[in-house]
Design a protein around this ligand. Sequence first.
Ligand SMILES: *Cc1c(COP(=O)(O)O)cnc(C)c1O
Length: 432
Amino acid sequence: MLHDNLSVNAAGHLTVNGADTVELAEKYGTPLYLLDEDRVRAKCRTYLRAMKEYFGPESHPLYASKALSFKGIYKIASEEGMSVDVVSPGELYIALAAGFDAGNIYFHGNAKTMDDIRFAIDSGLGYFVCDNETELRRISDYAVEKGIRQKILLRLTPGIDPHTFDAVNTGKVDSKFGSAITTGQAEAITKLAMDMPGIELRGFHCHIGSQIFDEKPFCDAADLMMTFLVMLRDKYGFTASTLNLGGGIGVRYTEADPYIDIDSTLKLIGAHLHKICDENNFPMPQVLMEPGRSLVADAGVTIYTIQNIKNIPGFKSYTAIDGGMPDNPRYALYGSRYTVLLANRADEAAEVPFTVAGRCCESGDLIGENMLLPKDPKVGDYLAVLVTGAYNYAMASNYNCIPRPPIVMIADGKDTLAVRRETYADLMGCHN
Ligand SMILES: *Cc1c(COP(=O)(O)O)cnc(C)c1O
């Protein structure tokens, strides 16, 4: 199996963290998001321990909660001692409603409104990751009005191309995010921030992209960021205390994807950073990283029910399911690859290629093409799409007025409803 929390039981059913997915599909209905809570917690612990060990005791991960945002996940993050980052006031609102400590929240985004900034500061937000000069001035002005100095990191673009898809590549110079080091804009905004009365500049942030499978792009980013930090110390006598290297650690969606060992990758990045700091006689900064996908993606599985099979002689075979792009838009958006299987026939060899189609009136609504399934899938079979924990529920919409599926968490062999299924009435919740 693709990941070690997945297995097949004596009935030939797919299990997630020991729970029978067919039984869960029958109990909760489909489409159904399943989330292996124990796996999420184990990943949190790996990051927390490894970052302390390899980067120093003040270093820690932030859960990039845009990957999967609902009340229960902030409770888990809080219980595990994680900090989180949010990218919108909506995520901030949910985190606070879940009881998450505002002081451990980092607020991202390239277009924060004045309302967003007031809401965050009034809530006691820990840190802004400040994107641009307008935002910097807004934060400072409101902080002064409130009589505080707001802690921030400045977002920089180091100009790294981690060789992933362009659409998810955000660390290059030509980016809507942050200030570029090479153009001098990073230095200019830093000078401004150092002198602003409402600002306490703690350090710098970069996020170079997604689906990164080795330490090299992070080490390259660390080189460029540390060169900048050393320049600031030498030129302005300002020693930044925090370096945030962003998220982007890769996840295995199919057998063709590599496997990345988080502990050993962090160890290599840590060793590299210690070396740069030693060479420059620079104190090792507090290092932050922002795993999103890496914490939740492979803890998730979505279960659907097959509604029909269509063979087009001379072309291909389709199997249509009771969900699709409203609950998982990633194929439609990025052509993302997934692994599928029949949850109730998980012991049968997958040998026949199918295009798995969603239920929307939209030809692009697919889960994938040429996906191997057992011979002769039947109407009523349960189709499992693996590794759907990240950017599925988070990106889900009500397109075609389709209610969003529920999220069921599985911990210690027990299933708990964390987000209930939307009703048709929910679809009209905001209508006059
Ligand atoms: C999306 C994002 C992340 C998380 O990226 P993953 O690929 O899910 O790890 C982290 N930091 C920032 C600023 C982001 O925008």
